[in-house]
Design a protein around this ligand. Structure first.
Ligand code: ZN
Length: 185
């Protein structure tokens, strides 16, 4: 859970990053921004600020603003009997992003959050700058981390079902809780 104060401060800081990136989000989208701490209570280390542009039954579009060094924890998008797992293309529009997917071990530009080595198993590194994009296939573990200036990333995908995402860290709860209010991304 994060406090209402931290939630508001994170939204304001993320909105600045989005403006710096030249990404227009409406006042309503900014108000409804998810400040996802994944239930870990340390948003600025493991977390993400997520603006939902749209979800239809078939496609989804989001923009993610990450603070300097902030990490979205390792997760993957599963298939269910009703639909195939989410295929997700990440496109960097501002800052530097280091994306990890399974493969040979070579974490050089990013840093695995301290004490969390066992929950960050994907170690094949992709260093991405504005204009770079990467498509993560369904069921593929991935995590990503912003560089020193933060990062703004578009995530364009097939249908998103966030509450069914799986995370390597068993302590993670996907739905953000702000104070006593229960948010939803
Ligand atoms: Zn993902």
């Amino acid at each position: 859970m994060i406090s209402a104060e931290e939630h508001e401060a994170a939204k304001a800081q993320a909105a600045k990053l989005l403006r710096r990136a030249g990404v227009l989000v409406t006042a309503d989208e900014e108000r409804d921004m998810d400040t996802a701490d994944f239930g870990l209570g340390r948003l600025r280390v493991e977390g993400a600020q997520i603006v939902k542009w749209f979800d239809t039954p078939r496609v989804s579009a989001r923009v993610i603003a990450l603070f300097p060094g902030q990490t979205e924890p390792e997760h993957w998008h599963t298939s269910t009997s009703e639909h195939a797992g989410k295929e997700e293309t990440l496109r960097v529009v501002f800052g530097q992003l280091v994306l990890y997917v399974p493969g040979e071990s070579r974490v050089r530009h990013g840093v695995v959050p301290e004490g969390k080595e066992e929950y960050y198993t994907a170690r094949r590194e992709h260093v991405m700058s504005p204009g770079d994009q990467f498509t993560v296939p369904p069921g593929t573990k991935h995590w990503f981390q912003a560089g020193d200036d933060g990062a703004v990333v578009l995530t364009l995908s097939t249908r998103a079902t966030d509450d069914q995402d799986l995370f390597s860290d068993p302590n993670i709860v996907r739905l953000t809780r702000v104070g006593s209010w229960s948010g939803r991304a």
